[in-house]
Design a protein around this ligand. Sequence first.
Ligand SMILES: Nc1ncnc2c1ncn2[C@@H]1O[C@H](COP(=O)(O)OS(=O)(=O)O)[C@@H](OP(=O)(O)O)[C@H]1O
Ligand SMILES: Nc1ncnc2c1ncn2[C@@H]1O[C@H](COP(=O)(O)OP(=O)(O)O)[C@@H](O)[C@H]1O
Length: 188
Amino acid sequence: MTHEHTSRENDVTGATVWLTGLPSAGKTTIAHELAALLRAEGKRVELLDGDEIREFLSAGLGFSREDRHVNVQRIGFVAELLASNGVLVLVPVIAPYADSRDAVRKRHQQEGTAYVEVHVATPVEVCSVRDVKGLYAKQAAGEISGLTGVDDPYEEPASPDLRIESQNQTVRESAGTVHALLAERGLL
Ligand SMILES: Nc1ncnc2c1ncn2[C@@H]1O[C@H](COP(=O)(O)OS(=O)(=O)O)[C@@H](OP(=O)(O)O)[C@H]1O
Ligand SMILES: Nc1ncnc2c1ncn2[C@@H]1O[C@H](COP(=O)(O)OP(=O)(O)O)[C@@H](O)[C@H]1O
């Protein structure tokens, strides 16, 4: 009997790894470190950077609840497509609302695609000192409003697959912890 192999039946395992957390929590930095680790092992990796997505796929969307929800669903859709084709997809995107994140997880479950939620749980006090893009300073100066974690909601994940306290470890250690979880789940 002949049997057509779909990508899912091949050896390559894909997964979406969503790094959620406040601005300057370390999501992007940890994702890049993890991508380098995985690529060095010969894995196929895509990193869906929030800023880049907002320039193209989500061009025109702002930071209202509705726009953030649409942004997160679009990214979740693309991530699932890639992951179901054997790619390890790293997503350093705030995704502040629990129902948006849950919808993305559900979509992956429905499609039988692995999904890992990592909460980069750096406290706002640390993030606002790091302030990589100067957003916390701008908010404090009254130049912008609606900044996640300050005057806009961030709904903390109730049961993430992993919680990282980046203020207590190096980038390498954080990336290593995610790597270890992926290995433990048979996703590498
Ligand atoms: N008001 C406000 N709140 C939060 N973030 C803001 C805001 N305005 C601009 N930015 C910058 O946009 C990046 C967040 O985009 P995301 O697509 O990750 O966010 S979301 O999931 O749609 O909420 C985010 O990037 P990161 O700092 O890398 O998280 C910010 O640099
Ligand atoms: N342990 C750590 N993990 C991640 N980032 C760290 C850590 N320690 C310091 N940082 C610094 O914090 C900043 C995090 O910025 P970034 O990764 O862009 O955050 P985000 O993508 O969450 O907005 C970077 O300048 C990074 O070098």
